[in-house]
Write a protein that binds this ligand. Sequence first.
Ligand code: ZN
Length: 194
Amino acid sequence: MKIVGTDAPEVERALLSGGLACPNCAGRLHPWGHARERVVRHRDHQERRRPRRSRCGRCALTHVLVGEDCLLRRRDGVEVIGAALVAKAAGHGHRPIAADLGLTASTVRNWLRRFAAGAEAVRSFFTVLAHDLDPVLGALAPTGSAFADAIEAIAAAARAAVARIGLRAPWSFASAASGGRLLSNTNCPWAGAA
Ligand SMILES: [Zn+2]
């Protein structure tokens, strides 16, 4: 899977012109049909989507093209997941967060656990990115929890990206920057990030 923009015609143009790179080997991706249809749950509506599938001309792996308003292997939009993460960083528990977002407690608990497991890698990655985007940014003050520090680092990088590159939804930025792997529970969640 590969994270791409949410403008479908623009993604299609990039794919057809060889402008998308393989997240595995950086080779050129070519059109390769479509993935099966899925429902994406946003904050206030649901959307049916049939993502494009691509195939690398070099390593021959296929990659479903996932919009940056989602994360890899998650049905809920990254804005929804991000809202849950921010609420947790502010001290709320998974049950009230789930009730507030209209989700099951087990779904939210799973997100929070996965994010907590990778929080230090997330904090480290987005802190470096924030300083790359804004060289005069000062040190980020520790909040007292690894979870909240990671959220603060994402927020700092997103603010720097807005200032440097222009308006963009903060959580879509976070998804694109991490290759959709914000909740990936691995030692190296950022390998292959585009
Ligand atoms: Zn490849």
